[in-house]
Design a binder for this molecule. Structure first.
Ligand SMILES: [Fe+2]
Length: 531
């Protein structure tokens, strides 16, 4: 039986007849309306999904909200009308010094989401923002920091990394703790913001333990995806993380379908049919993420890869490892059964255009380059403890060795020793370094890689118990742990520090946070130092 967790706010009864009766006209309802009657969602909180900011530049960032007084209802409980939303940005939390303000229109075509690209702000400064409808409804207050000016010398950046937040498998205390981290500049979300699967019964289900439930069946249509985002975004801890810090959002597979690869889903669906699902899912992703107009969906998809610069300290390359990749070798077995080494040779992970864009972008004199992406880059032998033959994932860069060779060649051609890779997808914490040669795991390294574990996916986890053989079989890694949490990057010109944060449990709220390990890296050498 489905048990919906999201509480239903007070009923919003607002059909067209009532609107007309209340003083509107059909023309007003159907067209761009400034009517306060339309703007006031009459007795229900229109900001039930919170607020967010994203993609900071030196002069501003995106601020986001979506009007949805009844998140799980049709259209989020909104009337099919254009609704004005006022916004303001201030230098102080109390909004005594408002520096930018304006009005946007929430459109039914975009699920009444609002994306404002705020500009005219000062570099590397904290601001506060909020929204209001024409009635008396005020949104929660969010805060975000602009990026440093291009060329500026920057002392320090602090970046959180999280993702893989299966709603059914745990509570979002990791987001609550990340929201409380002091002085964050950015949170990189590596993807799996939602999961597409149907509701599963509560309680232990094989390897998983469901502590709450998805609303509904597997999702296919745009309304399905919107409703799933609405359910996830109703979580107060996730809302707190968004309100505390700007995000750089990317997506992985579950925003659409497990292990999808460009035109192909995991079930062998006709690509023309899958394209419809993918497009619907990507539009919903845009509607719910604080991203810029450059990520606006157009027929056939959207461009998610982009750069964020932080003065001379760091260039962040946000990558899309799903939209342009070749299909996985050996089908979608995920390395669970034998796939011969010679088959792990699919040609493209980024696609030619993104690959050329990344190669060009790596030509820079920043102290650090962060490749913010989704799946494990380094070769990694994931064989079970009792298996004799190495086993490599087919959905990882391991399935795409020619593409990895070209990435490594690009880093070396630019003479970079300062590349750090942020990874997700795998539901483990991992720290290691990428070998220059796939077949010499203990040889020369070209980049450091930090895989941040899931927020909830996989449930409580087992720590390192029973997984010691992974580190033993892989001299290029120092840590491999199955526990939930996030990572924290503290970046200075001379030193990169990564704190690996874990929660003792996610099957109950109030999970206790601790630091499992910390690593430092120097920009002149791609090597880990445990601190
Ligand atoms: Fe995941």
């Amino acid at each position: 039986m489905l048990k919906l967790i999201v509480p239903k706010p007070a009923t919003l009864k607002l059909d067209r007849r009532q609107l007309i009766k209340a003083g509107g006209s059909f023309a007003l309802i159907a067209g761009i309306s400034r009517s306060p009657l339309l703007a006031a969602p009459l007795g229900a909180n229109p900001f039930a999904l919170g607020v967010a900011a994203g993609d900071p530049w030196p002069d501003g960032f995106v601020i986001w909200t979506r009007l949805a007084p009844r998140p799980l209802d049709e259209h989020g409980g909104m009337p099919a009308a254009h609704v004005p939303v006022r916004w303001e940005v201030a230098e102080d939390q109390g909004f005594a010094r408002v520096v930018r303000k304006g009005e946007a229109t929430a459109l039914p075509e975009l699920a009444h989401s609002v994306h404002v690209e705020v500009d005219g702000l000062l570099p590397h400064r904290r601001y506060w923002y909020r929204f209001a409808t024409a009635g008396s409804d005020l949104s929660p207050v969010g805060t975000a920091r602009t990026a440093p000016l291009a060329g500026a010398l920057v002392d320090r950046l602090r970046i959180g990394v999280g993702g893989c937040q299966h709603y059914e498998m745990g509570y979002y205390d990791a987001w609550k703790h990340l929201a409380a981290e002091p002085d964050l500049d950015l949170i990189f979300h590596y993807g799996d913001y939602i999961y597409e699967d149907a509701a599963m019964p509560l309680g232990p289900q094989g390897k998983r333990n469901n502590v709450r439930q998805h609303a509904g069946d597997e999702i296919y249509s745009i309304d399905d995806y919107r409703r799933r985002y609405a359910q996830y975004k109703s979580d107060p801890d996730l809302q707190a993380a968004h309100a505390a810090c700007a995000f750089a959002a990317s997506f992985d597979d579950h925003e659409i379908d497990n292990n999808w690869a460009s035109d192909f889903d995991q079930d062998g669906t006709d690509p023309a049919i899958f394209a419809l699902r993918r497009y619907a899912a990507l539009q919903a992703w845009y509607e719910h993420m604080p991203v810029r107009k450059a990520q606006f969906p157009i027929a056939g998809g959207l461009t998610a890869y982009r750069r964020l610069d932080f003065g001379r300290l760091m260039r962040m390359h946000v990558l899309d490892t799903r939209s342009y990749r070749s299909d996985q070798p050996c089908g979608d077995n995920g390395g669970k059964s034998a796939c011969p080494p010679e088959a792990h040779m699919q040609p493209d992970m980024l696609g030619k255009t993104q690959e050329a864009w990344l190669d060009e972008g790596l030509g820079n004199d920043a102290a650090w380059n962060l490749l913010a992406q989704q799946v494990i880059v380094m070769p990694i032998d994931l064989r079970p403890a009792d298996a004799e033959e190495p086993r490599h994932g087919t959905d990882l860069w391991d399935g795409y060795r020619p593409a990895r060779e070209r990435l490594i060649a690009s880093v070396r051609r630019h003479g970079l020793s300062n590349v750090v890779i942020a990874t997700g997808d795998h539901h483990k914490h991992m720290a290691g370094a990428v070998p220059a040669d796939d077949d010499r795991l203990d040889g020369e390294k070209v980049a450091v890689e930090f895989l941040s574990t899931s927020i909830t996916s996989g449930g409580n986890g087992v720590g390192t118990a029973g997984l010691e053989h992974i580190v033993r079989n892989n001299p290029q890694i120092d840590l491999y742990a199955d526990q939930r949490g996030y990572q924290l990057f503290e970046i200075t010109p001379k030193l990169w520090k990564t704190d690996i944060k874990v929660l003792d449990r996610v099957d109950r709220t109030g999970g206790k946070l601790s630091t499992l390990a910390s690593y430092t890296v120097e920009p002149g050498r791609p090597a880990l130092h445990r601190s």
